[in-house]
Design a protein around this ligand. Sequence first.
Ligand SMILES: [Zn+2]
Length: 62
Amino acid sequence: MAKKGELSKTARASLAQRDDTNFMTSRVCEKCGEPIMLKELQPVKVFGQGMQYFHKDHFKVS
Ligand SMILES: [Zn+2]
């Protein structure tokens, strides 16, 4: 019984954590045009243009 309670507590904690770091932002990737999850968001300040946003992977490639 104690084990079962522990398990659900862990599951709830990891769910809350995932919610926090993995939600979809309103930002769109400059490279691929797809919306960016918060944990993939790479903001880049471009002089004269303000901020641009990339997926972390896509920014590295470019
Ligand atoms: Zn992208």
